[in-house]
Design a protein around this ligand. Structure first.
Ligand SMILES: [Zn+2]
Length: 340
């Protein structure tokens, strides 16, 4: 039965709403780019680098994540990174992506914003033309840095506004509540952009409240700890706020100890609008289908629940209702055929 559910979701068009491009940097590419760019790595082999991918929490991961980026120097590197991700998820039936990049992490290393954005966009446009994958690009601010740094980055991004679809907030959550960036995101909204904020991964339910009521976010990334606050669950359900949940990330960063304990079904039963995503697939052990497969194996998910998850990804995306419609019809037809 479970393998039939895996086949069913594999056949569905899928969208990924929570993906950090730098988190799709595979160890083999780290080595290839290091060689191309003459960067000396503190690891002797791909296997040794892979062995370093053991994390006890978010911060331990972030330390490795930022170190891995040192090989991204030129426009071609950002292109190769993005193109490799698109080719990989094309195999998983992904037809739409809304991806993050972390410009401050590269600006700090002296890499101009133009280099980053042009490389990434060239791959995204090629993915749309050759693989049929539509996209939105989200510039994410690093919350461990200051409000001043976020504003400076926003000012630098001005020349590229036509190439950006929204703004996000990521990196070390604890001690860096959304309210620290309330004025930055108010400005982004004034400029007409959508926003999506990491909240409630390691940080408390209060951070999710702030993201909702203070920053008026359009989406919550993760949101797991919302489950600790019944009033918050009710509010998220009433507003049908999309939560981009990342199961393998949750396991690897010990937000859950075992996949069997993942609260996905509890979230669905509470009426939360949950979607499945891979977050940083090169570091967390898998892309979209790996996440679905791990969930289906560990949890007693029904085909109705999977149907809901598949639909949520599109209705929670920033595609227009007209753009969503053909994908939703295809999903509905596949599930109707399955149940017949
Ligand atoms: Zn994330």
């Amino acid at each position: 039965m479970k393998h039939k559910l895996v086949d069913l979701i594999a056949a569905c068009p899928k969208t990924e709403l929570h993906l950090h491009l730098e988190g799709s940097l595979e160890p083999a590419m780290v080595f290839a780019l290091a060689e191309r760019n003459g960067v000396i790595l503190p690891y002797a082999s791909v296997a040794e680098l892979q062995a370093a991918y053991q994390f006890n929490n978010l911060q331990e991961f972030l330390d490795v994540y930022y170190a891995g980026m040192s090989v991204l120097l030129h426009e071609a590197d950002f292109y190769d990174l993005t193109w490799a991700y698109l080719q990989r998820v094309h195999q998983d039936g992904v037809v739409h992506v809304e991806v993050f990049f972390d410009p401050q992490a590269h600006l700090e290393r002296g890499i101009p914003l133009a280099t980053q954005i042009h490389g990434i966009r060239r791959a995204l446009e090629q993915g749309q033309a050759e693989l049929g994958i539509s996209f939105r690009l989200i510039l994410s601010f690093l919350r461990h840095l200051s409000e001043e740094s976020a504003f400076a980055t926003l000012a630098q991004a001005e020349d590229f506004f036509p190439l950006i679809d929204g703004f996000g907030l990521d990196s070390s959550e604890k001690g860096h509540p959304p309210e620290k960036f309330a004025r930055v995101f108010a400005r982004c909204k004034e400029l007409g952009f959508k926003i999506t904020l990491h909240a409630g991964e390691e940080g408390p339910a209060d951070y999710v409240w702030q993201a909702l009521n203070l920053l008026h976010t359009d989406r919550i990334d993760h949101g797991n700890r919302s489950l600790e606050d019944p009033q918050l669950i009710q509010t998220l359900a009433e507003r049908q706020m999309t939560l981009t949940v990342c199961p393998l990330s949750n396991l690897k960063l010990r937000v859950v100890q075992q996949m069997e304990q993942h609260p996905l079904i509890q979230m669905l039963d509470s009426g939360l609008k949950v979607t499945i995503n891979s977050d940083d697939p090169a570091y967390f052990g898998g892309y979209m289908m790996d996440n679905y497969r791990a969930l289906i194996e560990a949890l007693p998910l029904t085909s109705e629940q999977l149907h809901q998850l598949a639909r949520n990804a599109f209705t929670g995306s920033w595609l227009s209702p007209e753009e969503q419609q053909p994908h939703l019809e295809q999903i509905d037809a596949l599930f109707a055929a399955f149940q017949a």
